[in-house]
Design a protein around this ligand. Structure first.
Ligand code: SF4
Ligand code: SF4
Length: 306
């Protein structure tokens, strides 16, 4: 039997689950109900259409401990960058073993929930023992050379007791009883499109929001101090000064693209009353004023008329 757990751990993951290639029935139903962002539309409902050569889905878990102070940056994104690199290492290790593997964007959370491995929560996250909702998932389609033992299906468990705490701290996305309005979740504005003013007012930290996780009584309570390197690099004014290379090392190429991180840094500097950002905002208005018009207008309206 092919040993996958050794390379999974060597790559830096806590564990990995091997599932059969099956249609995403539950996920498709939720998508049809309008629960997910429209960028999920091109994903095929049946992975066999996109990966006819694959005989297994591998979903790997990269846990993280949240920062004790999440008001600067949401700890999820530096962790997801580390998970991305762990997956790169895993792909190389599998290749060395002669296993065909391809990173795949599949609905990992729903797949794990469908097998009873994790439990859906009202905040749309997946709860997985012992990490709570603090982990990043990375997945791949595999062509294993011999028959595989899939991770056994477990009995589904209800962890969320619909206490309403996450709904109370959210900006309107969490509707309760698993209902969700993606248009109101701050993470929707991570794609780099101009932000509507309501989203700008809501942005609680750089790169999204951790409120619904931090408040959840089912989650582990451990936190770690925010690393100095993260604090210095992802300070909104440091980002506005221009530190793309350092930011890229922490959060990856995609998120450190100016259209994403600069847009958020402008808004966050304004929400924090950071008048020391004004010289950089003025410079940005000269060089890229059209592109960041909505965010710059918002920032100047707050910082120049406090
Ligand atoms: S805060 Fe309460 S309602 Fe929200 S996910 Fe946690 S247990 Fe469920
Ligand atoms: S991340 Fe923030 S905005 Fe999105 S569901 Fe959670 S609390 Fe609401």
């Amino acid at each position: 039997m092919t040993d996958l757990q050794t390379p999974i751990k060597d790559a830096g993951f806590a564990e990995g689950f091997l599932l059969p290639v099956a249609p995403y029935t539950d996920w498709t139903r939720h998508r049809n109900d309008g629960v997910f962002h429209p960028n999920t539309a091109p994903l095929a409902d049946d992975p066999k259409e996109t990966y006819p050569w694959a005989n297994a889905v591998l979903i790997c878990v990269y846990p993280y401990t949240p920062y004790e102070d999440e008001t600067l940056v949401a700890s999820y994104y530096p962790a997801s960058n580390r998970a991305y690199h762990a997956m790169k290492r895993l792909m190389a290790l599998l290749k060395e073993r002669g296993i065909r593997a391809e990173r795949a964007e599949t609905p990992y959370r729903e797949q794990l929930a469908a097998y009873g491995i994790g439990s859906r929560m009202d905040n749309q996250l997946l709860y997985l023992e012992p990490y709570g909702t603090y982990f990043n998932l990375q997945g791949a389609m595999l062509a294993l050379p011999e028959p595989v033992a899939y991770t056994p299906r477990r009995e589904a468990r209800e962890i969320c007791d619909h206490c309403g705490l996450c709904k109370a701290v959210c900006f309107g996305a969490i509707k309760g009883d698993y209902a969700f309005d993606w248009t109101r979740c701050v993470h929707t504005y991570m794609e780099g499109d101009p932000m509507p003013e309501t989203a700008m007012k809501q942005l609680p930290s750089l790169l999204g929001c951790m409120r619904c996780q931090a408040i959840c009584p089912k989650n582990p309570k451990a936190t770690v101090p925010i690393p100095d390197e993260v604090r210095k690099t992802l300070d909104p004014v440091a980002v506005l000064r221009g530190n793309r290379k350092e930011a890229e090392a922490l959060i990856g190429k995609n998120l450190s693209a100016p259209k994403r991180v600069l847009r958020q840094a402008i808004v966050l500097a304004a929400n924090r009353g950071r008048t020391d950002a004004i010289p950089y905002l003025m410079k940005l208005r000269e060089t890229d004023g059209e592109r960041f018009k909505a965010e710059l207008d918002y920032a100047f309206s707050l910082l120049q008329n406090p």
